[in-house]
Design a protein around this ligand. Structure first.
Ligand code: SF4
Length: 99
């Protein structure tokens, strides 16, 4: 049996979240690199908020606006230390609509 809730896409639910940007103080940073590691490349595909992307030089960049603080990138790069990850300061970051 299908309900109306079953047909709501994840993207539609994420739309209701809000994000307070801490301008000039990103809570996630990518370590400078020439060629991205496999772990960094993976982030461009697995971050649920799409925060990671390749620039025109083939390097991975992060724009943490919209980060849901799921910690996936932190775990993937735990051994490689390709990123620096901290929680946003109080009052900044994601505001979840559905908890
Ligand atoms: S914590 Fe999650 S949402 Fe935030 S940048 Fe990392 S993978 Fe993306």
């Amino acid at each position: 049996m299908s309900t109306e809730t079953d047909s709501v896409k994840v993207e539609e639910k994420l739309y209701y979240n809000r994000y307070v940007v801490d301008a000039g103080r990103p809570h996630v940073k990518v370590r400078p690199h020439e060629v991205p590691s496999q772990a960094l490349l993976a982030l461009t595909k697995i971050c649920p908020a799409g925060c990671y992307a390749l620039n025109d030089k083939g390097q991975v960049e992060v724009t943490p606006d919209g980060c849901m603080e799921c910690g996936t990138c932190r775990i993937v790069c735990a051994d490689t230390h390709d990123i620096e990850w901290n929680y946003p300061r109080g009052g900044f970051g994601v505001l979840f609509k559905f908890g």
